[in-house]
Design a protein around this ligand. Structure first.
Ligand code: UD1
Length: 306
């Protein structure tokens, strides 16, 4: 990724100790002066490379945000509570992190004259009427999390329109890769690898015919680097692969690459589960020059090997 993204800049990554954040920091650190703002409630300090300036602080503290963003050229805002379930249990808490803190980041970037690349989500679309989903599709979130990401995504556009802040919102589809947190809120690929490693069974929720667009974290990093230098600001872009994978097929691919002898079990479907989700990435291709590069088998190997 040497040939794309910012070089010789002061960049800030909020949530830089987190899953997407730390991969992004790795990609930026060789050519830029990187500052991470993270409270390490979920992220991990020890996986940050040497030479990175760490501000241990809460993204919900506007002063901590202002201090971190001062003098920056680009802010990658990855800090968030990424759990749909958490947002249903405690919407006030997730709103504070996912919306209020984004507003602080945008305000600080406005003062610093910095660009903001924001980690938005496919959750803004709720249950899509049609797949693939284009950026112009209806946005009817079905969780506080989706509504929070949609509010923050709109704030990015408004800050570009009202104040001339250069913002880009990237609507991530199902991101996976090494270093994703484990446990009840982990993505299905991380969960399946863990289950297979533990001897199984691999647990498919529902009939397994539901589909997702799984995008490898290295492609998400690439999209962020492109967003940092694009002239198309004030815009939102879908970041996926444009391909749909049924969850049952995913279970088989994971099982075959970890341990072909483990069982695949089918259980109850998750309440409110989205049936089909797949990104239309025409806009990101055309305007950012984004092209996903990691296919599913190869991507799963990167998770299994870590
Ligand atoms: C994901 C994101 C969420 C985002 C949403 C946007 C994660 C963890 N969640 O939710 O933040 O808002 O996309 O569309 O990245 N499944 C199983 N067995 C398991 C675990 C999951 O069958 O052990 C199934 C689920 O029921 C679901 C599918 O796998 O049908 C994907 O689940 P998950 O990885 O949690 O992602 P989303 O629900 O799509």
């Amino acid at each position: 990724m040497d040939d794309i993204g910012p070089q010789g800049k002061r960049v800030v990554v909020t949530g830089g100790g987190g899953f997407v954040g730390h991969h992004l920091v790795d990609a930026l650190a060789a050519y830029n002066d990187v500052t991470v703002l993270d409270d390490f409630s979920n992220g991990r300090r020890e996986r940050l490379p040497e030479g990175v300036t760490v501000h241990e602080g809460d993204v919900c503290d506007p002063e901590a945000v202002t201090r971190a963003v001062e003098g920056a050229d680009v802010v990658f805002h990855e800090a968030a509570v990424v759990s749909v379930e958490r947002s249903v249990e405690d919407p006030e808490a997730t709103h504070a992190v996912n919306v209020d803190a984004t507003l602080s980041v945008l305000s600080a970037a406005r003062k610093a004259d910095a660009r903001v690349v924001f980690a938005s989500s496919a959750a803004v679309y709720g249950t899509p009427e049609h797949v693939p989903v284009a950026e112009t599709a209806p946005k009817e979130p079905v969780s506080p999390y989706g509504l929070e990401k949609l509010s923050a995504d709109h704030y990015c556009r408004l800050f570009a329109e009202l104040y001339g802040v250069e913002t880009v919102a990237l609507r991530y589809f199902n991101v996976y890769g090494p270093g994703q947190s484990k446990g009840p809120y982990s993505g299905v690929i991380t969960a399946f690898v863990d289950q297979a490693r533990g001897g199984g069974p691999v647990t498919v929720q529902g009939d397994g015919e539901q589909t997702r667009d799984f995008v490898h974290v290295s492609d998400v990093v690439r999209a962020n680097l492109l967003a940092a230098t694009t002239e198309h600001v004030g815009e939102a872009f879908n970041i996926g692969t444009g391909r749909a994978v049924p969850v049952r097929r995913l279970a088989e691919v994971v099982r075959d690459s970890v341990d072909p002898s483990v069982d695949i079990q089918t259980g109850a479907a998750r309440a409110g589960d989205v049936r089909h989700s797949r990104a239309d990435i025409t806009k990101a291709r055309g305007r950012l020059g984004y092209e996903p590069t990691v296919d599913l088998e190869e991507g799963i190997r990167t998770v299994v090997e870590t």
